[in-house]
Design a protein around this ligand. Sequence first.
Ligand SMILES: Cc1cc2nc3c(=O)[nH]c(=O)nc-3n(C[C@H](O)[C@H](O)[C@H](O)COP(=O)(O)OP(=O)(O)OC[C@H]3O[C@@H](n4cnc5c(N)ncnc54)[C@H](O)[C@@H]3O)c2cc1C
Length: 273
Amino acid sequence: MMKKFLVAQSKEEALSLKRLHAKSVFYAGGTEINRLESAVQAEVAIDLSKLGLNRIEEKKDEIIIGSMATLQTIATSSAVPAWLKEAALFCGSFTRRNMATIGGNFALMLGRSYVGPVLLASRAILLIATINEKGKYAEDEVPACEYHEHFASYQGALILGFKIRKSDRFVGTLRFAVSSQNRASVTVGFGAEKDLSKVRVYAAVYTVGVLRLKETESRIEKGEITTEEEIAKSVAAEVTVKSDYTGSGEYKRYIAGEGVAMLYGEFLKGGQR
Ligand SMILES: Cc1cc2nc3c(=O)[nH]c(=O)nc-3n(C[C@H](O)[C@H](O)[C@H](O)COP(=O)(O)OP(=O)(O)OC[C@H]3O[C@@H](n4cnc5c(N)ncnc54)[C@H](O)[C@@H]3O)c2cc1C
């Protein structure tokens, strides 16, 4: 249960407070922290609202999205690519979209993550800040895939934002749920350069987590699998699943495969989401 609510006035202060209080969390939109039966359990909330992290900046070659930008701001911003707007709209509730932030959603990395699979598939760069035990503050750029792969070691880091390169890379995402308000069984993200290099395939699978499907990526890049059917089979064979109320393990395998195959089909048609 939350006992203290501290409003950080700077990024350094947010990180210092996090170090100082063992049972603390960064407080962004608060929609998961305050959710009934939330997995995030803490006694001290460190509010990030005064840090100026809610801006979306369009530069010549890239877009910088502050971690405190809400899913609703993202869904309506002209600077944001269509594939990320689509992921933001996976959050079906307008009220929650208005509070929930991209940073909070990515940091949770849930098996029903809205933005995780597509940001990872896009090869986005994370802007993060850390403070060491001597109080030395540092900012760094970390590929999203590295953050995902070494998730445990980035706990305690503050996500400042996301850098998305403007390019003709194909990036797409699909979410499979009974309705927009229900928990998704599977959410997939697929990204590739025009020459089918730097392929990234991610699947958020409910009650399992966010998975990178490296075997499928490699087989696509090597040209070992080229048809939608082959890709669906490869994904279904590689993805880890668990049966739960959103669907059986077999259904999740099937739908993850179909989802990635559909995105690959769009890529082949030259579609840009
Ligand atoms: C009814 C309901 C349904 C939901 N359904 C889904 C769903 O289907 N899929 C889904 O993914 N989520 C779901 N959520 C959870 C939540 O709404 C979203 O994940 C939301 O995007 C979290 O963002 P937030 O800003 O509210 O995060 P918060 O609740 O403020 O924080 C969540 C976590 O992220 C950490 N965090 C926040 N910002 C940063 C940062 N900048 N740097 C480092 N760590 C940070 C916090 O410390 C905390 O651990 C649901 C919540 C509710 C109430």
